[in-house]
Design a protein around this ligand. Structure first.
Ligand code: DGJ
Length: 337
């Protein structure tokens, strides 16, 4: 081959490589398809974030394939096969690399908690600095949502693979929508919608974070809140949660407390502007501090597409404080920086 032909060939290959590479994301577009850096739509619903050694990890439900409605239930119980828990990593919260399936569902044993016929929802991962383990908790349920349990898995690495340990009804009570929160003193708490979703519980985890410690408190009694996301701001504990309307959006509410196992009070809807009463067609799942803007946070929500769950989108919006009040406003496009 002539030298000039060789050079042309190499140049052509380099150009082809560049044209295949995905463009970097600079902004967040709530409700639009959000692609990972490999070019595929991010599939991490009902998710949460772990920040570990300079990297953000986004864990969420993998929803794949056909959505169907469970025929014998009166309420709109739309389902798709449980795909397990996906993990993505990022340095900037905007460009995400798919790390793989951190906890796969189980294809053969239909009695297993992680069987594709079951519900695996709202996974959250925390790091235990004493054991060096990454601990995942998630909502495990049967297709009719009557199993109402919390599942636990552990790993030596943030991206997994996670080993499933067991599921339980924490403190003997039902557990559906859930989140985890690690306080500044290293203690971890499990918040879960309990008592037929009517009352929430906050439960202190044991030292290795793999089981309830036995100390818990019933909060938001008979308020029927689900989709809890908890964070701490200027020494106070905040929760954003949704009402219970299946996959359909409803108004969000902020609940506040001075101590994590204290007397939580539901105080106001943080959303302002058009469609605020539907949480901008989303449901809360997590709140992460915005590292680029001190004192500000990122509200992470899911915009469920109940008849095509795989095509559910993400509504991430700035959450700021104005005169001491949490506020979430709609932005069609915004930058975390
Ligand atoms: C509302 C919950 O927040 C979701 O995680 C999911 O369980 C749906 N209900 C199912 O209808």
């Amino acid at each position: 081959m002539m030298k000039s032909t060789k050079i042309a060939l190499i140049l052509g290959m380099i150009m082809a490589l560049f044209s295949c590479a995905e463009k970097e994301n600079t902004n967040i577009y709530p409700g639009e398809v959000w692609k990972d850096i490999q070019g595929n739509p991010i599939n991490a619903h009902g998710g949460g974030i772990l920040f570990h050694e300079g990297t953000y990890y986004w864990y969420g439900e993998m929803k794949q394939g056909k959505t169907w409605r469970v025929p014998y239930l009166k309420w709109e119980c739309y389902r798709c096969d449980a795909g397990g828990v996906n993990c993505y990593s990022s340095k900037d919260l905007v460009n995400w690399k798919h790390e793989g399936v951190a906890l796969p569902s189980v294809k053969v044993d239909s009695t297993h908690d992680l069987h594709t016929s079951k519900v695996i929802e709202r996974p959250k991962v925390i790091y235990n600095r004493n054991t060096g383990k990454f601990v995942m908790w998630m909502h495990i349920d049967s297709e009719d949502y009557q199993y109402a349990r919390a599942g636990v898995a552990i790993s030596d690495h943030p991206q997994g693979p996670f080993t499933y340990l067991q599921s339980m009804r924490p403190n003997g009570a039902m557990s559906r929508d859930m989140t985890l929160f690690v306080d500044d003193d290293g203690k971890a708490y499990h918040f879960y919608s309990s008592e037929k979703n009517k009352t929430m519980h906050v439960s202190l985890l044991n030292d290795d974070f793999t089981a309830p410690s036995g100390k818990y408190k019933r909060i938001l009694e008979k308020e029927s809140r689900e989709a809890p996301a908890v964070w701490k701001h200027q020494g106070k504990y905040y929760m954003v949660s949704s009402g219970c309307t299946g996959w359909s959006p409803n108004p969000a509410q902020i609940s506040i407390c001075d101590s994590i196992m204290g007397d939580w009070k539901t105080v106001y809807d943080p959303c302002v502007g058009a469609d605020a009463n539907k949480t901008f067609f989303s449901q809360s799942t997590y709140v992460v501090p915005n590292p680029y803007r001190k004192g500000e946070y990122i509200y992470m929500g899911d915009r469920w597409n109940k008849t095509n769950l795989e095509d559910s989108r993400y509504v991430w919006l700035p959450l700021s404080f104005e005169n001491g009040k949490a506020k979430i406003e709609w932005h069609k496009e915004w930058s975390v920086k």
